[in-house]
Ligand binder design. Sequence first.
Ligand SMILES: [Ca+2]
Length: 377
Amino acid sequence: MHGLFAGLALSLASGAAVGAEDCAALAPAFPLLPALAQPVALLPEPGGGHWLLALREGRVLRFENAAGAALTQTVLDWRDRIESGPPETGLLGMALAPDFDGSRRLYLSYTTGQPLASVLVRLRLDARMRPEYASTKLLLQVRQPYANHNGGHLAFGPDGYLYLGLGDGGGNPEDRAQDPNEILGKLLRLDVSSPSGYAIPEDNPYARGGGRPEIWASGLRNPWRFSFDAKTGTLWLADVGQDAYEEVNRMVAGGNYGWNRREGAHCFGAETCDRAGLIEPVAEYGHDEGCSITGGHVYRGKALPWLDGQYVFGDFCSGRIWRLDEGGKRRLLLHSELHIPSFAQGEDGELYVLNFEGKAGHGIYRLAPGACGKTEG
Ligand SMILES: [Ca+2]
């Protein structure tokens, strides 16, 4: 299976030294916060004063962006409408509109049950960050044939459009990821600026036919976290592997990233395969180093100047965190003992790591300078 969160059953990897001269550590970012049940997404509120935190079970919490933050405000509690029984379901993605100060729009991506579906919903938050429930609008709904590989991550691009990643539907591969008439196994790009529903950006690959017009990139198995470089706008996406390889992709419009003909830079389930038209990952690792990749961010902070411009990502199961160096080579940054469901980036470019276990004071870590070989978590 090797799906997201499946690695919980694996034993924690032991701490290990990093080999690089440039080293980093993880420090608890908000040591006074209470225990957090399976955090999956963390977003800075515009202005930098607060954070929004999504819990898989279906709650959105808010807390002050201060080392001494000790209280959380419940922004939203939709545990009654969100299906979070199977391990890859739940509240999976969250984004604030680029014009949030004016529009007050919050976007949520989650699964609903009976029958299982992935939905994209929008609602407004008032000036005190309380939901205006009457503003809730269902924007997109897609039936999930199986409970795993739901993707669900949301992020606005520098183009102002909302990107939504959907996995291949799970179960045995049924080639949805290569089918342009299916939105599963794809990265979608939506214009959500209109009063209701969404519009298709006119430069989407299938805007004039040939496939579902929402599709921006295809050939994905379970895109679990993607992000835009805050400086260059480059879109980086991690695709969770099936049996053997986890991969990082640099995304382009209309790109086909290979699943399920390729897993990482290898043919999937075959000795040979047709690679025509498929884009290879920029990095991969085997299941000797982890079992479920979690995409991160390009570092743009000040705490680790040598890391500027490098993509940082991790593995949910092994707790390893890597960077892609200036030459694009994958290097171990540190070996944590965390189950990492997500990374986050502050408005200042600093990187945060979520801990799925969310113990009190240890649910959110910040990437910080550290001695080589020191591990945390
Ligand atoms: Ca691929």
